[in-house]
Design a protein around this ligand. Structure first.
Ligand SMILES: [Zn+2]
Length: 156
């Protein structure tokens, strides 16, 4: 039982190290969303006026500062750079999310491991063994509120 839990924790640890090293691979990023906007140029003879939902693609980077949306046009020569920086941010966020999930799993496994060690030790001596029904009873008794003593002035 406990060795199975340990193996699980160890494999999670290895995965964790892998994710952390992947995180460190990312050297720079921008916390923005890179996308294309379709914009009609206004020339009534242009193709963009004739097609539905059509327009000339304009590349933008958008991010938030204190909840306020900021949008900037991205020069053509920077498309590769900015989309890469934006992708890096998305990757970073998803790696951190994975890391959080792993850490939660390890915490859960450690809880299980802790319990398995306690149960193992309880088997060593009969007086350490307490059935679960009994512990529920004990905790019920201890959680009972102490009866209030009557206050002196209530006698009058
Ligand atoms: Zn046009």
């Amino acid at each position: 039982m406990s060795s199975r839990i340990l193996k699980k924790i160890e494999s999670r640890e290895l995965l964790r190290q892998k994710i952390v090293s992947d995180l460190f691979e990312i050297k720079e990023m921008i916390n923005g969303y890179f996308h294309y906007l379709k914009v009609r140029c206004g020339d009534q003879y242009c193709w963009c006026m004739k097609t539905e939902g059509g327009g000339h693609p304009h590349q933008r980077i958008q991010w938030k500062i204190n909840g306020k949306k900021i949008t900037r046009a991205v020069p053509k020569e920077d498309i590769e750079l900015i989309s890469k920086l934006s992708d890096n941010f998305r990757k970073f966020k998803s790696l951190r999310q994975e890391l959080g999930k792993l850490e939660k799993e390890v915490r859960k496994s450690l809880d299980d491991y802790e319990m398995s060690l306690i149960k193992k030790a309880q088997k060593l001596r009969p007086y350490l063994m307490i059935e679960e029904g009994v512990t529920a009873e004990i905790s019920e008794k201890t959680s009972e509120k102490p009866k209030r003593k009557k206050m002196k002035n209530s006698r009058n």
